[in-house]
Ligand binder design. Structure first.
Ligand SMILES: *Cc1c(COP(=O)(O)O)cnc(C)c1O
Length: 235
C-alpha cells in the first residue's frame, strides 16, 4: 500500500478545519505526523505537505525509516513517541530530535548520557477528575511525580521543553481531565510544549490547550494490518 501525497494534503486541510472548529489557530499548533505502521512513503508524503515533525513509536521502525530516507529527504525532525527501553537510546541518539516519552528518571539519565542537550518531553499518564491514573501499567508518569521528574531532568544536560500525554485507550473514558491537568502542570512548571491529542481526541486536546497534536490515521488513513495502534513498551 502506498501513500498518496495528494490525499495526505487534503486530509491535512481537514485536520486544520478541525483545529479551527475546536477553537484554535492551526498555525499555532504543531502537527506531528505519526508514521508508525506505514512505510517511508508516508514520511515523504508528510514532508511534501510541509510536515517535518515525524513521530514513531518503535525504536527499530524509526531507525530503519531514518536510514531509508537518509540523503533523500532533508529536514525531518524525528520524535520518539512510544514507550522506550533504555537499551534502545544509544541507537536512536543520533537520529531523534525530540524524546516525547520520558516517564522515569533512569530513561532521562540515559538520554542525557547518550544525547547531551537533547530535547525531551515528560510523558504524563492519563487521569480522571480526581487525578487517579486511569490505565495503570501504561507509559506515562503519575502526575504527582511529574514536578520532581522535571526538576531532575533540568539538572541534567537536557532541553526540557514540555509535557506529553496520550489519552485513555478506552474510548468510553474522558480524556479531558488528563489534558487539563497537563496544561496546569505545564503552566506551573513553565514548560511551553504540550503534546496531546491524536486522531480521535484532537478536539478535546486542542480545547484543553494542546500546542502539538500527534496524528496518524487522520493524515494517512487506517494503519495496515499488523501495525499496533497504541503505545506499548518497545520490546
Ligand atoms: C499511534 C499514536 C499516535 C497517533 O495515533 P492516531 O490515532 O493514528 O492519530 C499518537 N501518539 C502516540 C503516542 C501513538 O502511539
Amino acid at each position: 500500500m502506498t501513500i498518496d501525497p495528494v490525499i495526505v494534503a487534503s486530509r491535512l486541510d481537514a485536520v486544520r478545519d478541525r483545529i479551527r472548529a475546536a477553537g484554535s489557530d492551526p498555525d499555532e499548533i504543531t502537527i506531528c505526523a505519526v508514521t508508525k505502521g506505514f512505510g517511508p512513503d508516508a514520511v515523504r508524503a508528510a514532508v511534501d505537505a510541509g510536515l517535518y515533525d515525524i513521530g514513531e513509536n518503535y525504536a527499530q521502525e524509526l531507525a530503519s525509516k531514518a536510514d531509508d530516507l537518509a540523503g533523500a529527504v532533508d529536514g525531518v525532525r524525528w520524535h520518539m513517541i512510544g514507550g522506550l527501553q533504555r537499551n534502545k537510546v544509544r541507537r536512536l541518539a543520533p537520529l531523534v530530535s525530540c524524546w516525547q516519552s520520558v516517564d522515569r528518571v533512569k530513561l532521562g539519565d540515559e538520554i542525557a548520557r547518550r544525547a547531551p542537550g537533547a530535547r525531551v518531553l515528560v510523558q504524563v499518564a492519563a487521569v480522571d477528575h480526581d487525578g487517579e491514573v486511569l490505565e495503570p501499567g501504561k507509559s506515562g508518569a503519575d502526575p504527582q511525580v511529574v514536578p520532581e521528574l522535571v526538576g531532575h531532568l533540568r539538572t541534567l544536560e537536557l532541553d526540557v521543553a514540555g509535557l506529553m500525554s496520550v489519552g485513555p485507550t478506552d474510548a468510553t473514558l474522558d480524556p479531558r481531565p488528563g489534558f487539563d491537568l497537563v496544561t496546569t502542570l505545564a503552566d506551573t512548571l513553565d514548560l511551553p510544549v504540550r503534546s496531546m491529542g491524536m486522531s480521535r481526541d484532537l478536539e478535546a486536546a486542542v480545547a484543553c490547550g494542546s500546542t502539538m497534536v500527534r496524528l496518524g490515521t487522520a493524515l494517512f488513513g487506517p494503519r495496515p494490518r499488523g501495525a499496533t495502534a497504541s503505545a506499548r513498551p518497545d520490546v
